[in-house]
Design a protein. Sequence first.
Length: 284
Amino acid sequence: MLNLAIQKSGRLNEVSLDFIEKCGISLPKNKISLRAEAYNFPLQVLFLRDDDIPACVFNGVADVGIVGENEVAEKGENVEIIKKLGFSKCRLSLAVPKDFHYENLHSLNGVRIATSYPHILRNFLEKSNINAQIYEISGSVEIAPSVGLAEVIFDIVSSGSTLMTNGLREIKPAVMESEAVLIAQRNLSAEKRNLLDKFCFRMDALLTAKSFKYIMFNFPNNNLDKITKIIPGMKSPTVVPLDLEGWSALHSVVEENLFWTKIDALKEAGAEDMVILPIEKMIK
Ligand code: ATP
Ligand code: MG
């Protein structure tokens, strides 16, 4: 049995449960219980505060965990980062009040900086040779300047709207980019490694699928060479004749980030009636 720690409640809870379910692993829906055993995979889920996940994985209470990279970096536990999971993307940034005279990082010398991430901040300030005072606070960091706790904050930012609402301006570039990651204890038994590999195989099928689209369209047979140069497919595209003289349909996959450039090229090569679909799982 593999023990997986995820956040009990908060921003990572639902997305982690959703991710597990998309891996084809079903859990009981009981919201009260702090542990849940999957019906169809040897997996037990432990629900913890995200702050506690790195230590629990390090000391073996859990074998693996889903947690933000930010939390892993803050806690500094010696755990293995197995893979990035592509959700809960955010960044850790410094922010100053709109009227703060900020020129460069040296403007932060002598100020107080409120944060829930003192370890990451301390490393950053030392590396940047800045002498500022760190004021540790466990939540509501963005109100620290307006209530006089600190002049500057260091916190999680995603859209920046919370900063704006609180009259703060983000200092770019961010100190750290973060997303949810799968972490593992370094000395897992062979049996648990094997289960982890199986779990990862399913995750990879999901993660790969996310970066591709399924594409179908009709085209005149004369343009087959042009079209297959643009869409080479995994091995080769599937080409099927239409019930219309001189025309075929092509089915293939295309990388999401090349999507629009491919579409333009296809249109130029005579492609018509395109259908583009999301892919749920993909195993290469
Ligand atoms: P806990 O009670 O478990 O300690 P928390 O209050 O520390 O929870 P949350 O606010 O639920 O933490 O955030 C959990 C994680 O989600 C963060 O550590 C970060 O990785 C990610 N996260 C936080 N805010 C955002 C955001 N605005 N956008 C995307 N991801 C975010
Ligand atoms: Mg927390």
